[in-house]
Design a protein around this ligand. Sequence first.
Ligand code: CO8
Length: 258
Amino acid sequence: ASAYETVLVEKRDKVALIQLNRPKALNSINQQVIEDLNKAVLDANADNGIGAIVLTGSNRAFAAGADIKMMEPLSFSDTYMGGLFNDLENITKAKKPIIAAVNGFALGGGCELAMMCDFIYAGEKAKFGQPEITLGVLPGAGGTQRLTRSVGKSKAMEMCLTGNFIDAQEAKQIGLAAQVFPVDELVDRAVAVGQKIASFSKVAVALNKEAVNAAYETTLQLGLDYEKRLFYASFATKDQKEGMSAFREKRKPQFTDE
Ligand code: CO8
């Protein structure tokens, strides 16, 4: 039995595979999903045996957005004072990388959730979209911000203003998805890449993630300075000595995450 109501967690060697599991509502996101997902990510992040996380849904839906039936009766003050969906963002605080493996629909909050991950792999049948406009609202968890930074203004604006879905090939072509895989292979391929990442120094992985993310927050010069500080800091780790001596000695490095 799973420790969670709406997610399944499976440990595959050094990768935590977290699967959204609310099939009756196409994995739409409510408070329970957010709580379960945060806890699952936090646990994986704290587990020394885990080096990367893969987040997936079902073949039909990664997540079809926020739960529309739950949102319908809410007032402005309910959402504002209650900070509706604020906590979903917590998964971005994980030091360990999260790969989104998207089969089926990633719509609204589902597309936003995928974009909170560090990179996206899409199954051939995946569909991405920000259909909030069709409901009389707008994206509320990064769909106007992360999407725009990821694919540029014209495409992001088109997606937000029309609500039209894009398929996996287009998602790859515009840089939203890093790669496209056959539906049945997607999760295994994502886990395999997770294992590769997990074979590296955890400190180096976290430093790389932090530095790339800094590119979203700042100017080029400040970002370059920040990168350089982190690069210098990596020389304070044992793993830097291990990685470089292993290269010189033509052997496989044994990282200790120190
Ligand atoms: N919320 C609640 N229930 C949903 C949702 C949803 N987002 N999506 C699907 N469901 C339910 C359906 O109501 C249906 O339930 P029932 O059988 O009880 O009627 C069941 O899932 C199956 O769905 P469909 O019968 O509609 O399946 P289809 O294959 O015909 O269509 C679609 C699939 C195209 C995905 C369709 O279900 C759809 O359009 N869903 C809504 C997509 C959408 O508009 N998403 C955006 C929601 S708004 C949002 O996300 C705001 C983001 C703010 C921040 C969020 C952070 C989490």
